[in-house]
Design a protein around this ligand. Structure first.
Ligand code: IPM
Ligand code: MG
Length: 357
């Protein structure tokens, strides 16, 4: 029995997470794998229910589970709160930190059927198959912050800190991931300006000596942003620090047609966390319109990384591919001539095709 903590969170989280659970249930029936689900509160939903964004029971539930499936946190209702109460800063970031999830794996794979769904030209995005390894518990998001009044206004400060050890462990992971793929790592930094990036570059170059079979290139983050939309097929594995990875993965999502297609796995600790790369999308929440595929594909990553069920994970990806090939689309990836479906129907379609593959 695999114990899974299920944290739907806010906005569309409550709609997409059940679709992924439905897919896991189908896998369970097909393969005889046993999963148990325990729901926990997080984010705005937790603030509303118990007055804090990351209740102790939720953290405990996560620590006692084998894997975590998370929807999304945050929304306009809680945006006015001080930072110590905000769902993003006071629930998601501390949860990642507390569980030691220093690596965030975000694959951007273009299902060929979606080549026209991207805002970029078909010939540019065709063949996109890259994975970003984002450092997740260091850098600007976790460094010391300060805000003070001055004679003329205020001064605000965020600190970007990295240690050799933090860079080494994420680098090793990136090289290992690349070894199982096309053996190319692009390390993204801003070493022409930032000291932390210079340490990043030196450390990665040194660790590379342990992986002579993998090609390493260094790229400045501004150039990487441009190259991603110019010729995305040049990338295999991108490794980068926390904020650059946050920004570049949202950008990379559009290579796949929609951010609603981008799954993620956060690993490095005893328990891993699986969540779509997108947010809570308050503008479409509660309307059964959200694309559940990023969450379903995150559940596939859970099967592979946490439970070692690679075959079942592949089947989910194949079922998603089949459903897209047949022309079913949620609004975010809709094109003329395709069949528009809602969140629940998309989940059902994936389950139905799972029974067939
Ligand atoms: C993400 C999100 C989060 C992050 C926010 C909600 C704190 O944007 O997972 O990419 O920046 O890590
Ligand atoms: Mg983000």
């Amino acid at each position: 029995m695999h114990k899974i903590a299920v944290l739907p969170g806010d906005g569309i989280g409550a709609e997409i997470v059940p679709q992924a659970v439905k897919v896991l249930d189908t896998i369970s029936r097909k393969y005889g794998y046993k999963f148990s689900y325990t729901e926990g509160l997080i984010g705005g939903a937790a603030i509303d229910a118990v007055g804090k964004p990351l209740p102790e029971e939720t953290l405990k539930l996560c620590q006692e589970s084998e894997a975590i499936l998370l929807g999304a946190v945050g929304g306009p209702k809680w945006d006015h709160l001080p930072v110590a109460m905000r769902p993003e800063a006071a629930a998601l970031l501390p949860l990642r930190k507390a569980l030691g999830l220093y690596a965030n794996i975000r694959p951007a794979y273009l299902y060929p059927a979606l080549a026209e769904a991207s805002t970029l030209k078909r010939e540019v995005v065709l063949g996109t198959d890259l994975v970003t390894i984002r450092e997740l518990t260091g850098g600007l998001y976790f460094g010391e912050k300060k805000r003070e009044k001055t004679a003329t206004g205020e001064v605000a400060m965020d600190t970007l800190v990295y240690t050799t050890e933090e860079i080494e462990r994420i680098t090793r992971l990136a090289f290992e991931v690349a070894r199982a793929r096309r053996k190319k790592v692009t390390s993204v930094d801003k070493a022409n300006v930032l000291e932390s990036s210079r340490l990043w570059r030196e450390t990665i170059t040194r660790v590379h000596e342990e992986f002579p079979d993998v090609e390493l290139e260094h790229m400045y983050v501004d150039n990487a942003a441009m190259q991603l939309v110019r010729r995305p097929t040049q990338f295999d594995v991108i490794v980068t620090e926390n904020m650059f990875g946050d920004i570049l993965t949202d950008q990379a999502s559009m290579l796949t047609g929609s951010i609603g297609m981008l799954p993620s796995a956060s690993i490095g600790g005893k328990v891993a966390l699986y969540e779509p790369s997108h947010g809570s999308a308050p503008d479409i929440a509660g309307q059964n319109k959200a694309n559940p595929l990023a969450t379903i594909l995150s559940a596939a990553m859970m099967l592979k990384y946490s439970f070692g069920y690679s075959e079942a994970a592949r089947e989910i990806e194949q079922a998603v591919e089949k459903v897209l090939d047949l022309g079913y689309r949620t609004p975010d990836i809709m094109e003329e001539g395709k069949t528009l479906v809602d969140t629940v129907t998309m989940g059902d379609l994936v389950c139905r095709h799972l029974e067939d593959v």
